[in-house]
Design a protein around this ligand. Structure first.
Ligand SMILES: Cc1ncc(COP(=O)(O)O)c(C=O)c1O
Length: 449
């Protein structure tokens, strides 16, 4: 069907196969419920392909949710982690020092936007980066209120959850979360509460959101001098891969700066080349006071980080810390990931392959009425399904049908937002691998209509 002669996709059993079924049963029995969607039991991976325990091989357009940006088992990262493993793999950064940690911090400072002195606070995940950033902002500003955005996802612990606003289910049974977060509309060009076509009128959309904060929020119930920080994703991740108009962050930063409010940019999902730049902040031309990181920064070894303006550092030792932040294997993986992304030109490839994929996605939109919107930056792409193009009503059911059909043909896809599918292959993907995936996607759309 795909016409890609060298395809490595190989579906040889019913899915899940015999071994896969046993492991899924054991997982369901012994592991607490999280968010599993497809019955794939991974065994090993190589580049953009992953093989399950029954020896079925899939093309992976999920990258472990934007984590394995170099593909599975990048040899350089493996060898650098192995070297560290044989030397020492844990030596608490809370009480002692280790060279590889300092090297990872220096490397992050050197690649992140911001022409000012910066420092790094290491964590182990995205949500922990958000928790740390909340504390940094509070301690620095001596203020306690925050602004977040509707549609955003920042994690699931109580502080980060108080900002998360992409699915009501994530809050069900968990109120109250941290008090003090006010949500405002995100400048979604496709669907927004202002009824503006943000693709046609991007400046108008940005002005409405800025006015909402400045003229409505600040004048009616939230004095700006009470605000410790504005937390925002440069591209909404779990909220549907929404790309705001290009001048949004410079305008937001201007407004925040005029009230002494730090801008906290959550680049957990957009970071490390995903959007065709090292950081999405570069695309939007903004130098935030804090950049929050996790996911891909150590190629899948758990690691998070907050890169902050040095003057915002905690004023006393012991104010905040953790056991595993900057773990030595993770630090080695982080340094190696940065080096490898640069060496093999993966970020340029993300931009080029993204352009190629977007051209094809636009053709899908021309061909299929059910495709309401296609959007993205670099290899952070989404296709959004609607019941009706005029009303833009979400077509959740169709979305899941397409994911399921593509999966049976050996392409792994994930949902995002209320009715979109995200396409986030490793940044190392080739044009023929992209085309192979997009052929399966198109076939799945056609057959689901
Ligand atoms: C933008 C963003 N921030 C924070 C998080 C939370 O990261 P973690 O799952 O590592 O806690 C995520 C996870 O999807 C994310 O996409």
């Amino acid at each position: 069907m795909t016409g890609h002669g060298k395809s490595k996709i190989n579906i040889r059993t019913q899915i899940p196969g015999k071994k896969g079924k046993e492991i899924i049963e054991m997982s369901r029995k012994y592991m607490a419920t999280t968010t599993q969607t497809l019955p794939v039991v991974g065994s090993h991976g190589n580049g953009v392909y992953v093989t399950d325990v029954d020896d079925n091989t899939y093309l992976d357009f999920t990258s472990g949710i934007s984590v394995t940006n170099l593909g599975y088992n990048d040899r350089y990262v493996v060898s650098e982690v192995e070297k560290q493993l044989h030397k020492i793999w844990h030596f608490a950064g809370t009480d002692f020092y280790a060279e590889i940690q300092a090297k990872a911090a220096k490397a992050l400072v050197s690649i992140t936007p911001g022409r000012f002195d910066k420092k790094v606070f290491f964590t182990n995940s995205g949500t922990e980066s958000v928790e740390a950033a909340i504390k940094i902002a509070k301690a620095y500003s001596k203020r306690h209120q925050f602004i977040g955005f509707i549609g955003s996802f920042h994690g699931r612990t109580h502080g980060s959850l108080s900002f998360t606003a992409s699915k009501a289910l994530q809050h069900k049974d968990f109120f109250p979360s941290m008090p003090g977060v006010e949500h405002v509309p995100y400048p979604d060009p496709y669907r927004n509460p202002f009824g503006i076509d943000g693709y046609e009128q991007p400046t108008e959309l940005v002005n409405r959101v800025i006015d909402f904060i400045d003229d409505y929020l600040f004048k009616t119930y939230l004095p700006p001098e009470e605000v410790a920080g504005i937390l925002v994703e440069p591209v909404l991740g779990e909220g549907g891969y929404i790309v705001p108009p290009k001048n949004f962050f410079t305008e937001l930063h201007k407004l925040a700066g005029s009230h002494g409010i730090p801008l906290m940019l959550d680049e957990v999902q957009t970071g490390f080349g995903r959007t065709g730049r090292f950081f999405a902040s570069e695309y939007f031309n903004v130098e935030p006071e804090m950049i929050l990181l996790a996911k891909s920064i150590a190629s899948g070894i758990p690691m998070g980080a907050v890169v902050l303006r040095s003057e915002m550092d905690f004023k006393e030792e012991g104010m905040h810390s953790n056991t595993f932040g900057g773990n030595l294997l993770a630090s080695a993986a982080c340094v190696a990931t940065i080096e490898q992304l640069k060496k093999i030109g993966a970020i340029k490839n993300s931009k080029n392959m993204g352009t190629h994929a977007m051209k094809r996605l636009k053709e899908f939109k021309d061909r299929y009425e059910v495709v309401g919107d296609v959007r993205g930056l670099g290899l952070m792409l989404a296709i959004d399904f609607v019941r009706d193009r005029k009303t833009k009503r979400f077509n959740e059911k169709f979305r899941y049908k397409v994911i399921e059909r593509a999966f049976r043909k050996g392409l792994l896809l994930l949902s995002t937002g209320r009715s979109a599918i995200r396409l986030i292959p490793p940044l190392t993907i080739t044009e023929s691998e992209i085309d192979e995936g997009l052929d399966i996607l198109e076939d799945s759309i056609r057959k689901s209509e």
